[in-house]
Structures are given as C-alpha cells and as structure tokens.
Design a binder for this molecule. Structure first.
Ligand SMILES: Cc1cc2nc3c(=O)[nH]c(=O)nc-3n(C[C@H](O)[C@H](O)[C@H](O)COP(=O)(O)OP(=O)(O)OC[C@H]3O[C@@H](n4cnc5c(N)ncnc54)[C@H](O)[C@@H]3O)c2cc1C
Length: 380
C-alpha cells in the first residue's frame, strides 16, 4: 500500500467517487481512497436515485441545478450508461398550508431560473395519468428533475478516476487520525499508515466517528431509512413522485421496477439497518392511496440504509476550522446522490486552488455556531 498521498478520501460512496474523479480530471492524481467494505456498501448503494432541484433555499436550488447540469452529460463523459431518466419530479401536497409553501417555493425557484410550476390536481394527473388526483390539493412539477442508477454512477466515476491513477483500497478501514500542530499528519488504517496532504471525510453516516478521531465534533446523526422495489412492469412513468405531506417517494427504474420508500418520523438515531414489516405496510398504504393501480404489483425486495442528518438537514462541506487539511463532505440527509457532481466541483476547487465558494461558506461546519435556518422540503 502507498505510504503517502496528496489527497486521502475516506469512503467510496458517490461523494468520494465523484471527488476522486473530479480531482483526477484536473490533474491531481495522487489520490488514495480508503473504503472499509466496497464501493456503494453505504447509503449510495441503498438510495432511491432521485435527482431534484425543487428546494426552498437559494443555495440548495443553485447547487442542485449545477448538479443536474453535470448529470445531463455524465453518461457520455464517463462512458457508462448511468440510466439517467429526465422525466421531472412531481411533488404532491395535501393541505392548504403545503400548497402555500409550494407557491412560495416555485416563485423562488423561477426567480433562479428553474422551470418548476405549481399544478392543480387535474394538471398533476396529466403528468401522471394513474394518479388519484382527489388525494391532493396541488403539486409542483419541474421537467428537468430526474433519477438515475447510483451503482452505475459510482462505478463510472471510480473507473474513470482509476484510469487516471487514483488508487482505491477496498476492505481498508480508517481506524485513527493523528493530529499535530493543526494538521492531520497520519491516517491509520487496518492495513497500515499513510501520510496525507489533505484528508476528506466522505464516510457518510460514519463521518461523525471519523471526525472524532481528529478531535472534531460533527452535529450529524445516523437515521435509518427503509426502501423497497417491486417486480418490473411495462414502463409507464418517467416522472419521480414525492410528497411533502408524508415524505413518500417513488419512481420507475429503466427495467420497469417501482422503487421507493417513506421516512418514519419516529425513527431514533442509530446504526440499525434491519428491515421492518411496519415500513412495508405504511409505504404500501400511502403508495396505493396515490396510485391505486400499483396494488397489483409484488414487492421483490426491501432493504434499509442510513441518512447522515444534520440539525438543518443540509450537508457539512469544506475545510474544518482549526484543522487546515481536514475537509468535510457529509451530512447529506436524503440528498447526497443528487448533489454529488456539484459538491465534487466545489471541493475540488478548494483543494486545487483554495477557493471557498459561496456554497462552501453557506454549508461550512462553522454555521452551527449561528442560528439555523433549515431546508423545508426534506425527502428523496
Ligand atoms: C433509503 C435511502 C434512499 C435515499 N434516496 C436518495 C435519493 O433519492 N436521492 C438522493 O440524492 N439521495 C438519496 N439518499 C441519500 C444518499 O444515498 C446519500 O446522501 C449518499 O449516498 C451519500 O453518499 P456518500 O458517498 O457521502 O456516503 P456513503 O454512500 O454512505 O459512503 C460512505 C462510505 O464510507 C465508508 N466508510 C465508513 N467508515 C469508514 C472507515 N472508518 N474507513 C473507511 N471507509 C469507511 C462506508 O463503508 C461507505 O461505503 C437516500 C438514502 C437512503 C438510505
């Protein structure tokens, strides 16, 4: 194993993979990724693959728009079909309060150039003909939102990064970080030690533990989210659907399977990723309320993964105060897949040129010292 590297990335999920590729593309090739298990073994290989831009704060909207811009040409750039389906996101609302929140969100999104629209229930049914429109009071729709296959995205990024010299060490756990005079001077792993230039904490729901190794306290908490996939049926929906009423999300994969899940507001923080019958019942009940025809499908498989959740449901990105070579890239809640390509660019700009973009400023760890204004629409 190498004994030093310009950049050490901890975690081979979509965040670590996208950043490694972005750095290598710019000529920073002495990059070493440590992955405790294998690529996609964390949240990235367990996620719903949704890519949306319909957020409620200007920086989140801009970051997501930048990301979609990258996703649109990623298959071509990586030479891997990432199964990108740009069928839009339909966001459902069931109360007047939710409709008002949607109206405000669309106004802000339109101001920033996003082509989202507020729809009546009947207009929503035109987007998704199988929708029972009597369940909703309104919906919003953005035709440039999308979904893709996370395994393909991570595989594509890692393959192209490794082509350019990036080294991926699988089944290699980071067990400690040695700090001296405001820098991480050694990364200790289960297979030996490395002297790093920069260290990136892209360990998903385990980022808090990684940060603690360097004496840094992150406010992140791991929260289980369950998800299920059905047998395939003829392709009938290119749109991804979410509800701000109950947090459900679902879409159809290129093979025709319906993949989706629903959060549980009662879920306690922890590393439990077992599956439950309670989830399946709740998910099926809510799914069938919106699209009764899906009741004919059988569930093939269910699983769970961990959201890495911060107090304002927004990521922690950029340099760590007091530890100049330690970069955070975590705390994504249910949004890490959709923004990974854009996050990689902002972090690579920092690593390559020392540029702290407005996004990195807004989403820095330091913000938790101040009053927190969170993202309102927290779904997939
Ligand atoms: C059910 C579910 C549905 C979701 N749906 C969506 C969605 O539709 N759209 C969206 O954008 N996001 C979604 N998300 C969120 C998204 O999956 C995550 O935000 C994203 O995958 C985070 O990627 P990551 O690379 O930062 O972390 P991860 O993919 O979790 O990768 C972190 C990696 O770090 C490794 N690691 C941990 N500790 C160590 C260590 N000590 N040493 C070495 N390696 C270590 C882990 O093994 C893991 O592979 C969903 C998440 C879940 C659970």
């Amino acid at each position: 194993m190498k004994r030093s590297a310009d950049v050490v990335i901890i975690g081979a999920g979509v965040t670590g993979a996208a950043l490694a590729y972005e750095l290598a593309r710019r000529g920073i090739r002495d990059v070493l990724i440590f992955e405790r298990k294998f690529p996609c073994s964390g949240a990235s290989g367990r996620c719903g693959g949704g890519i949306r831009q319909q957020f409620t704060t200007p920086h989140n909207i801009r970051l997501a728009m930048e990301s979609v811009n990258r996703y649109e040409t990623l298959s071509e750039e990586l030479g891997v079909d990432i199964e990108f389906i740009q069928g839009g996101y339909l966001i459902l609302a069931e109360t007047e309060e939710e409709r008002e929140a949607q109206r405000k969100a669309v106004a802000l999104q339109n101001e920033l150039g996003l082509p989202s629209r507020l729809l009546t229930p009947r207009e929503a049914k035109e987007v998704l003909p199988l929708l029972d429109e009597t369940t909703i009071v309104s919906a919003t729709y953005c035709p440039t939102d999308a979904h893709a296959n996370p395994f393909r995205v991570v595989e594509g990024y890692l393959t192209r990064a490794r082509d350019r010299g990036v080294v991926l060490e699988k089944f290699t756990e980071v067990v400690d970080l040695e700090v001296k005079e405001g820098r991480i001077v050694r990364v200790r792993t289960s297979r030996g030690d490395v002297a790093p230039g920069t260290v990136v904490n892209a360990a998903g729901a385990w980022s808090r533990e990684i940060a603690r190794m360097a004496g840094v306290e992150l406010p992140n908490q791991p929260i289980r989210h369950e998800i299920a996939i059905t047998e395939p049926v003829e392709f009938f929906m290119d749109v991804m659907v979410i509800s701000i009423h109950n947090g459900i999300y679902f879409s159809q994969t290129k093979e025709g399977q319906i993949i989706g899940g629903i959060g549980d507001p009662e879920e306690k923080p922890g590393y439990n990723i077992s599956s439950s019958l309670g989830f399946l019942r709740r998910y099926a009940r809510e799914l069938l309320r919106y699209v009764p025809a899906l009741g004919q499908l059988s569930v093939l498989r269910q699983w769970a993964g961990l959201y890495d959740v911060t107090p304002d449901a927004q990521p922690v990105l950029g340099p760590t105060p007091g530890l100049e070579n330690f970069i955070q890239a975590n705390g994504y809640s249910g949004h890490g897949f959709m923004i990974a390509p854009a996050v990689a660019r902002h972090l690579a700009d920092y690593i390559e040129k020392g540029i702290v973009s407005e996004i990195l400023e807004k989403l820095s760890l330091e913000r938790f010292k101040e009053e927190i204004r969170g993202e309102a629409f927290v779904v997939g």
